[in-house]
Write a protein that binds this ligand. Structure first.
Ligand code: FO1
Length: 308
């Protein structure tokens, strides 16, 4: 079965680690969010692509859910001593990827080519494609003005109120090579358990990707990143409120209603099924909290087993 997964960072990466245990990695194409990308110390950083790649390669720092395990931060300490910005913590080992990516982007290679090559070097076995080779920047409107995603998320620790969210450049952005073909050829499209506004939102903001999702014959299955009235992690709640949808699996279904066939929700949210059905989405109560690798595998199996 050919599978396409739309993915953000940590939650998606854990889910995908389960998925490659229950299907041939060669049949999987991951389309990654690049709305969180940033430049730091002159380097091009793609946090969500790296989180997915490090997690599938067994290199991720499990405690943080991003970065490389057992990393050191000597470069950051030296930057701090020079009074340079260090709010975004790049580890010494992590820097290898950013240095290499930046060098190739500067030489004119597209991000998709660099990412595909990195996936091969890390022996992921599946395809990892950024949503677009053009820059799409997620920005958050706060009472103090617009912030880049990482300024809001890391520097300001998600503290400011969220008044709005925009995806700068999405209108003009083309999907990266292979994205549309993969969606159209897929038998299953998975919307990973990621922030629907800041992780999946940027991918859906690229119009040809939206159209391909509407046209594909694949069964489109999502996993809710919201349990009860709160996100499993991160600022999805504030962002969904800014979007004017309820912070619950119902709001997730509403945001994805044009494309989604089924949504895996927490067992405790089973009573939301009729309201989710109003959006044309079938709710499937499941254990969706990934406490350990066995739970990641179980959740992946549940997503592949969905039959409508
Ligand atoms: N998240 C943080 O909260 N603080 C950091 O200093 C930080 C550094 C960082 C470096 C590389 C990388 O790939 C990810 C990093 N992240 C950090 C995580 C990142 O902000 C998030 O994964 C997202 O962009 C949200 O999906």
């Amino acid at each position: 079965v050919k599978v396409v997964a739309l993915a953000g960072g940590t939650g998606a990466a854990k889910f995908l680690r389960g998925l490659v245990d229950v299907m041939p990695a060669a049949d999987l194409t991951i389309v990654g969010n690049t709305g969180d990308d940033l430049e730091m110390w002159g380097l091009a950083i793609s946090p969500d692509l790296d989180t997915v790649a490090y997690t599938l390669a067994g290199l991720v720092d499990e405690a943080k859910g991003w970065g490389v395990k057992h990393d050191s931060f000597s470069c950051r300490d030296a930057m701090a001593a020079l009074e340079l910005p260090t709010y975004f913590a790049l580890g010494d080992r992590d820097l290898a990827v950013h240095l290499h990516r930046s060098e190739r982007l500067r030489a004119g290679e597209p991000l998709s080519q660099v990412t595909g090559d990195l996936a091969r070097r890390l022996r992921l076995g599946c395809r990892l494609i950024p949503m677009s080779d053009q820059r799409v920047a997620t920005e958050i409107e706060t009472p103090g003005g617009w912030l880049s995603f990482q300024e809001f998320f890391v520097r300001e620790r998600c503290r400011p109120a969220v008044l709005g969210v925009r995806y700068v450049g999405a209108e003009q952005a083309a999907p990266a090579p292979g994205v549309i073909e993969a969606v159209l050829a897929a038998e299953r499209v998975i919307i990973c358990p990621s922030n629907p506004v800041s992780s999946i939102g940027p991918i859906l903001a690229v119009a040809p990707i939206r159209r391909a999702l509407a046209a594909t014959r694949a069964t489109v299955v999502g996993v809710s990143p919201i349990v009860g009235r709160a996100p499993v992690s991160g600022p999805a709640g504030k962002m969904m409120e800014a979007r004017g949808v309820e912070v619950s699996a119902v709001g997730v279904a509403e945001l994805y209603r044009e494309w989604l066939d089924a949504l895996l929700v927490d067992r405790g949210d089973a009573d939301l099924a009729p309201r989710i059905a109003e959006h044309g989405v079938r709710a499937l109560p499941t254990e969706i909290i990934m406490r350990d690798h066995a739970a990641e595998v179980e959740l992946a199996r549940a997503v592949l087993d969905v039959a409508l």
